[in-house]
Design a protein around this ligand. Sequence first.
Ligand code: FES
Length: 574
Amino acid sequence: MAEKSVESLRSHRWFGPDDLRSFGHRSRAASMGCIQGDYQGKPIIAILNTWSEINPCHSHLRSVAENVKRGVWQAGGFPLEMPALSLGETFQKPTTMMYRNLLAMETEEQLRSYPVDGCVLLGGCDKTTPALLMGTISMNLPAIYVPAGPMLRGNWRGQILGSGADVMKYWAERRADVIDREAWMEIEQGIARSAGTCMTMGTASTMTSVAESLGFSLPGASSIPAVDSNHPKMANQAGRRIVEMVWEDLKPRDILTDASFKNAITTVLALSGSTNAVIHLIALAGRAGIKLTLDDFDSLSARTPVLANIRPTGRYLMEDFYYAGGLRALLRALSPHLELDCTTVTGKTLRENISSAEIYSSDVIRDTSNPVFHSGGLVILHGNLAPNGAVIKAPAADPKLLKHTGRAIVFDSHKEMNQRIDDPGLDVDENSVLVLRNAGPKGAPGMPEWGNLPIPQKLLKAGVRDMVRISDARMSGTNYGTCVLHISPESFVGGPLALLKEGDMVELDVPRKQLNMRLSEEEMARRRQAWRPGNSLYPRGYGKLFMQHIKQADEGCDFDFLEGTAPIPEPEIY
Ligand code: FES
């Protein structure tokens, strides 16, 4: 059965030879209580674990690792748990996006520098999934992604609460004095009820669904709630399967193709998933030597129906999605829009993985004859404000704002926005367009999730709940509103957003996919001549490296030196 020989295992270079170095490796393994039969001649499986006490979404990953190990042992492998940087969305500042590429580098280099034949990746909180996958694609060792799983539904006074979306909703109600502090504190205690990732279709569930649709996870894995007993069983199965994958030599770049990336984009669109997926998918493809552009999202969006009725754009939560059949059922319903012959970590095709899936609630998971929206989960905009593109999640916007012209209220920083937004003297009305700049990859830096600009308090009290907001920032996948994001090039590097002045008229036309400012070419040229770049915050350290190498949003925000598939030599052992 085995296609690989023991001698061709990567780890054999460390443990096999009868020489001084191998003596050192074996004697130190012995010092940890390992006998040679534990590992000799077996695939060594790294379990890269992003568990941390500061990351509540991953607080259960130590026990998940134990279940993976059980599977690895049963299948004749040797598991080694290795800690990796934990990107905890709620606590890490200024933004986890600063550190996605750092975890990707750590992943690649850990796998390269240690005696590893295959790996199981444990993560789930937003940037963790793309980071672990980016590093693994670059290292190109057999790999399975085990998603942390979404947490249970939130609850407040009998009402279901969804991560992020309901935080923003009730925060607006609190600022409008519709709910009091006591109610707000009760919501705080009821919204996050278990270990696991946000249980709306935010960035976490979008990206774990991406991992599964790319073929990186076992079928159905991304939909299982973190605390469901099927989760440890899935982890155990992943441990068993990765050992087989090592013998089969089934590697990420055997799985990833142009078609599998198109499948992942289509899946994101059918889920009405997070806008962040646009950036991460372009970066992931770049690691596999595949060129994705914003146009790929735009053309697929025009013909992909939204089938998942999940918040923030729909009604239900991930737990409901799981009971309704989960991602396998959605992918089966989406089959006419997918390339079903793509290979996956099971060694089978996507078609085989989803062939027995069924929908158990036709309201949570729709079929193509009754979609939530007929198309347009994401819309890519262009125009004189966004020559290289911008993104809007149209189903999350107030439909009457999708074609709108308004006077710009411009904030040059997040700090300035916080200082001015609730000023009773701010000359703003519901038709204004709120603008935040210097919030992009280099400007903030790290492109934080500031794109869901708050509605001014005086307008909230007047009943306004949505306005057109534009920025070069990102937005949490759990948020909603008429928010134009990822404007590229960003203002900090001199993109046209930098030229906008308070009072200028901004035109958003989603049906025509346009974002423009009403300014003559001459006036734009005059302002461009007067524009001066800002200073970097980082004279040294990782921040300096970040500023020197980060790419723009439309290019995936990878570091320029990490892209591509140029071969890196295996380490010398001496
Ligand atoms: Fe971790 Fe939302 S904060 S997934």
